[in-house]
Write a protein of this length. Structure first.
Length: 154
């Protein structure tokens, strides 16, 4: 669970605190575990929520809502191709370099596998905000990976 926390909080000591708080919450609310999902998935969700709470408290995130929102075509979500020579570690590094408001949503969507409804519930934002932030984060990530590609041939 610490590795999950480290995806969201880059400082190990703070990630450890968030993980510990998540375990305490899980223990206190063990009776609410219904078994609809695996125990690991239930605990992981608590850890992620705790990390996001820590990020908000420590002001690691920017405002996640936008005032002038437009509906974005969901077809973009299927296009996640990268150049063949780009490694998984390079993608992870580029993801870590993103602004937090994009990185959190990209991690929830790509790594944790949450859909927009779940992300909106976790972050307490509208589903459309989740889509927009994912779209913007994806464009930002693609831009960084394109720079890596250009540096390779420079």
């Amino acid at each position: 669970m610490l590795s999950v926390a480290m995806r969201y909080i880059k400082q190990k000591d703070i990630a450890e605190d968030a993980t510990q708080e998540a375990f305490i919450k899980a223990f206190k609310h063990l009776a609410s575990f219904t078994g609809e999902v695996s125990f690991g998935a239930w605990l992981k969700r608590i850890v992620i929520n705790q990390c996001i709470d820590y990020c908000r408290k420590l002001k690691f995130t920017d405002e996640l809502s936008d005032s002038n929102l437009k509906v974005i075509d969901e077809g973009f979500e299927d296009d996640w191709k990268v150049e063949n020579h780009i490694t998984v570690n390079q993608v992870k590094d580029a993801l870590e370099a993103l602004p937090e408001k994009y990185a959190i949503i990209l991690k929830l969507y790509l790594i944790e596998g949450y859909d927009h409804e779940e992300i909106s519930g976790i972050l307490n934002i509208k589903e459309n905000n989740s889509r927009i932030q994912l779209y913007r984060g994806k464009k930002y990530l693609q831009k960084q990976l394109k720079q890596l590609n250009n540096e390779r041939f420079a």
